[in-house]
Design a protein. Structure first.
Length: 261
């Protein structure tokens, strides 16, 4: 494998930020790869496997702390994984190298970056709202809630497969709304437990169609794994009130450029 210092540094920087903030790497990594002129489909496919590998450790950690509701994770997967496979087939039918798929990826990615930025800024407001609304949402029949969870999974499967991002921001927000009485730590753990198989299957699907650069993936991991370790030990070093708005502005800028391009 040939070492590319630019990609290693990119992995290090993203891993460091992820370790400090917990924000999904895809929100940062895919736009960076596009900046490096990596083809959109290759950027998405490579980042999906990058996300699956980097988040796998999070599943182990959350499982040890019993922070995963596997029932909810599997219900989400019942919608997201079939939707991901259908989306892959649809993109293959259109043609991964076509301008239509490239435009779809860039526009959808831009919109999701802006959405992620909004979730970062209003996370606490959304959390407070979900808790205030629990008197309504907790009265939903279990079957109705399960159907809503499967539908959420379908949306996640499509968006994540097209853009490589969304499982964190969109998934967590939906779980906050659907399961307001579930502890935040269990919501986060459940979202990560669902994200790993989704990103792995979507990433392997992209790989099957030749949309993964394995050498690039290796370089990103060389940088990101130590970056995540160091960042996680510096959590709180920068005030959250300063870090999150700065990160959100960066995502809005990147998202706006992609939507307008």
């Amino acid at each position: 494998m040939e070492f590319e210092i630019g990609y290693i540094i990119a992995g290090l920087a993203v891993g460091f930020i992820v370790g400090m903030t917990g924000v999904g790497g895809g929100s940062l990594m895919t736009p960076i790869l596009l900046y490096f002129n990596v083809p959109a489909t290759t950027a998405v496919g490579t980042d999906l496997l990058y996300a699956a590998i980097t988040k796998a450790g999070g599943v182990v950690a959350h499982q040890k702390q019993k922070n995963i509701d596997w029932r909810i994770a599997w219900i989400l997967a019942a919608g997201s994984i079939p939707a991901s496979l259908v989306t892959l087939l649809g993109m293959h039918y259109i043609g991964f190298s076509s301008g239509s798929v490239d435009s779809l990826i860039r526009t959808t990615l831009g919109a999701m970056l802006i959405f992620t930025a909004a979730v970062i800024i209003f996370k606490q407001t959304l959390l407070d709202y979900s808790h205030k609304r629990d008197f309504v949402l907790t009265r939903l029949p279990e079957r109705t809630r399960d159907i809503a969870t499967v539908i959420t999974g379908v949306v996640l499967g499509v968006v994540v497969t097209v853009t490589s991002i969304g499982a964190g921001a969109l998934g967590t927000m939906a779980l906050f709304m659907l399961y307001p009485l579930l502890a935040t730590s269990r919501l986060v753990g459940t979202e990560i437990a669902h994200a790993v198989p989704l990103t792995l299957i979507a990433g392997l699907g992209h790989a099957g169609f030749g949309n993964v650069n394995w050498e690039l993936l290796g370089n990103l991991l060389i940088g990101s794994l130590p970056g995540i370790y160091v960042g996680s030990h510096l959590t709180g070093a920068i005030p959250d009130k300063a870090l999150r708005p700065a990160l959100a502005l960066m995502l809005v800028y990147a998202g706006g450029k992609l939507v307008m391009s």
